[in-house]
Every structure is written in C-alpha cells, then in structure tokens.
Design a protein around this ligand. Structure first.
Ligand code: C2O
Ligand code: CU
Ligand code: CU
Length: 475
C-alpha cells in the first residue's frame, strides 16, 4: 500500500520540484545579472533630427515623464528625453551654429546641461538655467571644439541625482575634419556604438525602485544593484567589421567602472572626454568614473569566439562576431595633434575636497571648507586665459573617491601626485578621478566663447546635490 501510494505521488512531485528548481535558477541568474547568454540586441538611441534655418541647426527635445520596461512586461515609472528612457544622440559638426529647444513636460523644474561643451553660460544648462515645469528653454551656441563624445543630463540643484536615476541622459557626438579623415569605424549603430553604462536599483520583478538615499548613499553615492548598457540588461551587438568602436560613457550616479574583455584581450583607447589622444593607447583594462567618456577600438578580426565586454569583471555586453568580417578599417598611428601647455609652476586656484561638519548633519563633503551657494562666486577668472588649478582630495581615511568636473573647459593634467601624467591622463578631460590623498595640477583653458558663471563639482551626483560644488565666473 505504502509503495503504491509513493509511486502515485512520486511522478507529480518530481515534475513540481523540477519546475520550482528551474524557476529558482532563472531568478538567481537574473538577480546575479551574469547569465552567459544574451537575447536582446542593444538598442541604439536614435539620432536627433534637426531643421536648418538661416544657417542654424535647430533641434528640439522633450523632457518626459513616462514608462519603460527594463524587464519585458514589467513597466517602471521613468523619465526620458523624447522617449521612454535616456535620450536621442545629438550630433554636431565643429563650426555649427545650433539651437536646442528643451520642452520640460515634467511636473517639476529641471535643467539640461551639455557636459563637456565649451559655450557661454546662458547655454550651459547649469544650475541657473532652470526650466520650470511645463515651460521651454532654448540653448543657443556654436560648436567651437574638436571632435569628441560629450553627453547631456539634468543639473537641477538638489534634484540632479534623482532625475538622472529616473532615466534622463543622452550622448552628444561632435565631428570635425580630423575625425572624418581618420579611417576609424564611424557608422553609427553599425560599427560605432554608443555605450551608456549605468546602474539602477530594480526590485525582484525587475521594476525600478523609487530613488531613495540613506547614509550609505550620502557617503558613496547611489550604487544600483543592476548594471545596464543603454538601459538594457545583458544586451548583445553584432560585430561585422574588423574593428568596432565603442563610445563608452559612465552616466551612473556614482559608480566607478573597470572595463575589460572576457577573453582578457587588449584593446585600444583612442579618445578621452574632450577628443582624440595623440596615439591609440593599448590597455587590457580601463577605469572610467562617473561623468567620463572614453572611446575604444576592439579588434574583431582576431577573435575566435564571441566575447563579452566586462564591467567590474561581470559580463554586461555580448559582442558577437559575424561570419563574414569586412576588412574595412585600420588603427591609425596618429589620431590628433595636441599642443601641450607648458607648466611653469604657478598655481592660480587651489581646490581642496574635504569633510565638513554640518550643524545638524554629522558630515558632508565640501570644497574649500564650503558648501554650494548659488549666490556666491568662489573664483573670478579672466576670459580667454589658461589657469592652473591644483585639486586635492583630502577626505582621506579610506573614504570615497571624488570624480571632479569643471564646466565649459577641456583641461590637461600637467601633474598627478607630483609626477607627469600617465598615457591615459594625457589628452583632454573635463572630469578627473581622485582617490583619497590624490593631488593633481590642471591646465584649464577658457575659450573666448566661455563667459559667465559656471560650476565645478564632484560628479558623484549625491555629493553634488548635497553641496560639493562651487562657482567660477569668467569675465
Ligand atoms: Cu555632468 Cu555639472 O555636470
Ligand atoms: Cu558639466
Ligand atoms: Cu564626491
């Protein structure tokens, strides 16, 4: 009897346990985010169209409150520029005169900042260029800088971190004669890919958790539990040419990412924040802090298998090699001509990032002993000058790093911890990553179009919102 009963129940029990186990394993794979296969093709943000009128390229973007599915079938409340999440890629050519109209359809105020662009303060989109809910703002400027990958994001003081977390951010690509002459992959979305890396907090169902910060986030910034590429989890790209180009942007609230390839192969870094390096730099890993961009070239020809782009040693973007690889591009020996600023030892401005003890809060990060004040100018800078800024992270004691960003300039690092900058620190940057006790001297040039009030700040958005920011006026 007992035996017969056992047999009767054994089969259904086996099936049920198999199902439960499979679901469990699937959930586990999803939560760990490192499944070894990818089934959705990377979504490429579309290129923003423009109308040309009287020699001016006119663009328009909407700031939307919307929904997006990070996981199929699970809608999350998000913000997006002219879409459900992130935003279209904006392309400019050096010399263009542009007008970008931004319609704020949110029910809160925002600003739209063109990170890395050299422009007058009325067009910068910093904390003073507020667009009230339901209103519009037009940024008018001229593209005076060389080919580079920049980006745009909100800069509403005290709300930046949440607005970015909710989904706002997009890429800007500038071309010039040099970038067009180089035989680099330049077919957008085909062999030249925008790679926007972020992390966000998803719940067990794959729904975006509302933005919330506690003590950990105040100290380190928000580090999400899920890494995404162009707001997608584990996507893939098809590589069809001998070289592919990835424009890597770290648009996360705070994360520091280390980029590598799953087969440990070397790759080439060809551009930093503000444009091409003089020569390609061969690396096997690349550190990128929030706010920064690097353009990299991957050699596809030599691959025997599909590989992954790893972010902090986790596979996040699969690179599938096509059967027929088109031999189309080559790695140039020279990418750019960079006139280095000769450093004579002077310091025009010193910036110290440090702890502040607030009256109620136990600690905050400040700059030169102060928290941000919109009505205070911390430094006056003569127009069209090159300034030498010394920046040190004196927070110390195993506490966080700070990626330091300056608006409306592409600076050169002339000294890092008393030594000349390494290869990756050469070239043009608008954000520099400083670990505790690091110290850098920067040559900060101000282009003639740069006039007015701008910000410098830590690009950990929670630090910035809490006041780790200052202002300079170019006049
Ligand atoms: Cu990426 Cu002040 O900004
Ligand atoms: Cu900026
Ligand atoms: Cu910081």
């Amino acid at each position: 009897m007992q035996n017969a009963n056992l047999k009767k129940y054994f089969f259904p029990i086996t099936i049920i346990s198999t199902i439960v186990l499979t679901i469990g394993l699937l959930l586990l794979a999803f939560n760990l985010g490192d499944s070894d296969f990818s089934n959705s093709k990377l979504i490429i943000p579309e290129i923003l169209e423009y109308k040309e009128e009287a020699g001016i390229k006119k663009y328009e973007i909407d700031v939307n409150k919307t929904n997006y599915e990070f996981v199929e079938g699970v809608a999350s409340k998000t913000y997006g520029f002219s879409g459900e999440i992130l935003g279209p890629t904006i392309r400019f050519d050096k010399g263009d005169k542009v007008e970008i109209k931004v319609n704020n359809n949110l029910d809160e105020k925002t600003t739209t900042h063109w990170h890395g662009a050299l422009l007058p303060d009325h067009a910068d989109g910093g904390v003073h260029n507020i667009i009230p809910a339901g209103e519009e703002w037009v940024a008018k400027f001229e593209i005076v800088q060389e080919a580079a990958t920049l980006w745009y994001h909100p800069h509403q003081h005290e709300e930046t971190a949440r607005q970015v977390y909710n989904g706002l951010g997009g890429m800007i690509i500038i071309d010039d004669e040099n970038s067009k002459d180089l035989e680099l992959p330049d077919q957008y979305g085909v062999d030249d890919f925008p790679i926007i890396i972020q992390s966000k907090n998803l719940d067990d169902n794959g729904k975006l958790r509302p933005y919330k910060i506690g003590h950990h986030e105040e100290v380190h910034g928000l580090e999400g539990n899920t890494v995404m590429i162009n707001a997608q989890i584990d996507p893939y790209i098809d590589a069809q040419t001998n070289l592919i180009r990835l424009r890597v942007l770290n648009a996360s609230n705070s994360d520091l990412y280390e980029i590598s390839l799953s087969n440990s192969d070397e790759f080439y870094v060809i551009a930093s924040d503000g444009g091409f390096y003089e020569k390609p730099i061969k690396v096997s890993e690349l550190e990128i802090s929030t706010g920064k961009r690097f353009e990299i070239l991957l050699n596809i020809e030599d691959l025997n298998e599909d590989i992954w782009l790893n972010v902090n040693n986790e596979p996040e973007l699969e690179i599938r090699k096509a059967k027929d690889i088109e031999d189309k591009y080559k790695i140039p020996n020279t990418l750019n001509e960079i006139n280095e600023y000769l450093y004579g030892g002077q310091i025009d401005f010193e910036i110290i990032m440090e702890f502040l003890r607030g009256p109620r809060q136990s600690m905050l990060y400040g700059i030169n002993g102060k928290l941000f004040d919109m009505n205070r100018i911390d430094l006056e800078v003569p127009a069209e000058s090159v300034q030498y800024w010394k920046i040190s992270n004196e927070v110390g004691g195993g506490s966080p790093f700070h990626p330091f960003h300056i608006h409306a300039t592409q600076f050169q690092i002339v000294e890092f911890n008393g030594e000349s900058p390494n290869e990756l620190m050469q070239g043009y940057h608008d954000t520099i990553f400083l670990r505790p006790n690091d110290e850098a001297i920067l040559a900060v040039p101000f282009h003639p179009v740069v006039k007015g009030v701008y910000m410098y700040h830590c690009h950990i958005l929670e630090h910035e919102d809490a006041g780790m920011m200052g202002q300079f006026e170019v006049r």
